[in-house]
Design a protein. Structure first.
Length: 86
């Protein structure tokens, strides 16, 4: 269902099952250490306007693929990629 797809973009899969099973109950997880990464390409709009579309797509694909590999390697959860922000 579309609600499942939306949840999968926002939450780790194990929490989705918990939400469905524990409807109406608060679900709490505790972690001793947490790191949050926000990234943004400085002057992205100017850069995008100054290079060919194919170059831009290749650059974004290379960068986001690298971030994805690091997330997988370090068992991180990626919430969402929007435009040039990761």
């Amino acid at each position: 269902a579309s609600s499942d797809a939306l949840l999968e973009r926002m939450l780790p899969k194990h929490l989705i099952g918990d939400l469905k099973y524990n409807q109406g109950k608060m679900i709490v997880e505790e972690h001793e250490e947490v790191t949050i990464l926000f990234s943004d390409i400085v002057q992205y709009t100017a850069l995008a306007a100054s290079i060919k579309t194919e170059e831009l797509i290749m650059m974004l694909n290379t960068m986001f693929s690298g971030f994805d590999e690091l997330c997988d390697k370090h068992q991180c959860y990626k919430v969402e990629t929007i435009g040039d922000a990761y």
